[in-house]
Design a protein around this ligand. Structure first.
Ligand SMILES: Cc1cc2nc3c(=O)[nH]c(=O)nc-3n(C[C@H](O)[C@H](O)[C@H](O)COP(=O)(O)OP(=O)(O)OC[C@H]3O[C@@H](n4cnc5c(N)ncnc54)[C@H](O)[C@@H]3O)c2cc1C
Length: 378
């Protein structure tokens, strides 16, 4: 039997494992390693905060998925990746030997980049820890002396849609009291979308009253809010950090090739450079010949390609290249049943339709992991 170890329950692994559940590869034994049973689909987090999706709607049940694929599910965190020895070290002290391994463990916030963020801020990742903290914040906001001013640090697509979602939810639940949500970002807002879409986005932010502090790099967070590197104070009762993502430190533990900024360096066939039997996918990997921003759209496309190349490796066949797309659709929900779409250098659209498209894409993705959509294994 060939032993495949999948480390991390990110989007790419979830899709690859689903493919192997529906069409099992003879002679392949699979182990899935993840620290939590439920893996969040972060594209639906703003909708969850806004109250549109329940917990189940935005989480993949990894244990159920593993069972459907006849795989072992090991609830642990990897602490080292040893390609030469073909073993993965785990935080429970065990070492898992593999014939083929794949790593999909996402990114992690660089909280040390901002003084005080560990003590005084909520970090957007891991999402599993963020959700109960945000629910706590929303509950506190219902009290007359609860938090009124929220500052979101990070003006990328994730931070921006979180700001919209929080504003709408807090206003709805705070009994008519004034709620202020502000965004601080080191560059201009959402540099990843085109100028026309950014125009629509700025207009939506203005309309709902979210104050945007562009070109405002934050140096410090304390109990009163945040201070920019040029000494301006942004007062807030609660601060959420959605910026400064970095490669997980654990990727440095072992002998796998990395990029200068610490991500696993992969080739077009998704294998880590210099490794015959170790793949890496999703945000934790950078395809050195075709680097792309860290986004779920790429992880999702890598899932089926990973499954194909795992099969090819098991069968001793040639692996196929997977080149990430050059332009892609970005959909930023504005929390009010609308969204802003951006594709390439000029396509932009704002309103109800992009939201319906986003909602459909997200629900369709999650439906792939419904109980009824997976084979039953005893
Ligand atoms: C609020 C928000 C909204 C977003 N919206 C969008 C969007 O609309 N469109 C889009 O394209 N992208 C979006 N993104 C980005 C997108 O969510 C990520 O790019 C995507 O989740 C990356 O998927 P992944 O496969 O790398 O793994 P992830 O989804 O990051 O999952 C990694 C998994 O690995 C596990 N893990 C971590 N460390 C270890 C370890 N040491 N050992 C074992 N397992 C481990 C984690 O528990 C987790 O289950 C958003 C992000 C956020 C925060």
């Amino acid at each position: 039997m060939t032993h495949l170890v999948l480390v991390g329950g990110g989007h790419a692994h979830a899709l690859a494992l689903r493919g192997l559940a529906l069409d099992p590869e003879p002679g392949l034994r699979i182990t899935l390693v993840a620290p939590e049973r439920y893996s969040p689909y972060s594209g639906m987090l703003p909708g969850h905060i806004a109250g549109l999706y329940g917990f189940e709607a935005m989480h993949i049940d990894l244990e159920r998925l593993a069972k459907a694929a006849g795989a072992d599910f090991v609830r642990a965190r990897a602490t080292g990746f040893h390609g030469a020895d073909k073993r993965i070290a785990l935080d429970n002290g065990e070492n898992l030997s593999f014939d083929i391994a794949s790593i999909d463990i996402g990114i992690t916030p660089d909280l040390d980049a901002i003084d005080g963020s560990r003590t005084h801020a909520l970090a957007v990742k891991p999402i599993g820890s963020l959700i109960p903290k945000l629910e706590g914040l929303i509950a506190q906001a219902q009290h007359p002396d609860g938090p009124r001013r929220v500052l979101v640090i990070g003006g990328g697509a994730a931070g921006t849609c979180l700001a919209f979602a929080l504003l709408h939810r807090l206003r709805r639940e705070s009994d008519g009291r004034v709620i202020d949500v502000a965004l601080a970002t080191a560059q201009e807002i959402t540099p990843e979308i085109n100028a026309a879409a950014r125009f629509f986005l700025r207009r939506s932010l203005r309309r709902v009253g979210i104050t945007v502090h562009e070109h405002s790099r934050i140096a410090r967070i304390d109990a009163n809010g945040a201070r920019t590197v040029d000494g301006r104070d942004l007062t807030a009762d609660a601060v959420l950090v959605a910026s400064h993502a970095q490669a997980p430190a654990v990727l440095a533990e072992g002998d796998l090739a990395r990029t200068p900024d610490g991500f696993l360096a992969i080739g077009e066939d998704l294998r880590v450079r210099g490794q015959d039997a170790v793949f890496a996918v999703g945000d934790c990997a950078t395809m050195t010949a075709h680097p792309r921003p860290k986004a779920g759209v790429f992880a999702v496309r890598q899932g089926p390609a990973l499954r194909r190349n795992i099969r090819a490796l098991v069968r001793g066949e040639a692996l196929s290249p997977h080149i990430p797309q050059k332009d892609w659709l970005m959909l930023i929900a504005t929390g009010d049943g609308s969204a802003i779409a951006s594709r390439g250098g000029s396509f932009a659209f704002a309103g109800r339709l992009p939201w319906l498209v986003k909602d459909r894409i997200d629900r369709k993705f999650m439906a792939l992991f419904d109980h009824d959509a997976l084979p039953t294994k005893s």
